[in-house]
Write a protein that binds this ligand. Sequence first.
Ligand code: NAD
Length: 294
Amino acid sequence: MNSLKQVPNILLNDGQSIPQLGFGVFQVPPLQTAEAVSEAIAAGYRHIDTAMSYANEKGVGEAVQNINDEVFVSTKYFNPDDATHGFRDAIAGFETSSKMLGQSKISLYLIHWPLSLNDRLVESWKGLVELKKSGRVPSVGVSNFEPLHLQKIIKETGVTPSVNQIELHPYFQQQTLRKIHAELGVVTEAWAPLGQGKVLQDPVLIDIGKKYGKSSAQIVLRWHIQLGNVAIPKSVKPERIRENFDIFDFELLPEDMMAIKQLDRGKRNGLDPNTYVFPKNYRISGHRIADENS
Ligand code: NAD
């Protein structure tokens, strides 16, 4: 097994630490999740990212329950529409996730989507702040928040999220939001750190990889680490899970960091938090099972 010392920790604004490389389980089928997470743990990952809406928290819980080392687990409050935002709802969401994971404490709890910029959003955030005060969750944060969402919850509660988990990869580098995070003391966590596989055929990344004897996926993940992002790549293939972890024995030179910076297209793969609303009848049972090669 790889040495755990290889993964740096980042200090959060609440005094807790987060392993900079984690394992994401979006679209990992519920019945395959325990196996995939066990593979990741065997490879050395000690940070797993799930969400209530992924419908696979149970599998994550099964895989981490008998591990002697501490595993950092984050999950997300599922709020498909404005009506489900709220103080009590956020706390109830946490209780459900906590049961599914089989853990009374969860390392990091996030609001999954901001949706509208209204008071219910602030109420959800107050719910997370309450959970933190009660000691059930050492760190609280958000996901897919834009600057206005961040400003609103901070202004109205005085509590700054520890993390904002956002889409971020070489084709969508989020330079403005990263700068705002740095000013606010919010750690940037990259979802789709590999651009959901779509950046990996880029000739620039492949060429850089040849120089270091690494794959384009490893180059991209190393770039995240050197930028100071937390990255949570997903795969269900054991060889890729291991490959994505094997990024702590080399360092990208400044000119290679610069070459990757030039790849930014400013274009999202995923949903735009400024415009997105969940489909009216979206429910967790609507979980889509995606083939990794599709
Ligand atoms: P990703 O960038 O991690 O890409 C995953 C895909 O890349 C895999 O399905 C596979 O096809 C390919 N891949 C992975 N490793 C590879 C390798 N070594 N070589 C070749 N191909 C490889 O995309 P993601 O899964 O969407 O994002 C990662 C995690 O981020 C998720 O699992 C989830 O935990 C989180 N996430 C959060 C949100 C949010 O709204 N907060 C949204 C999407 C994802």
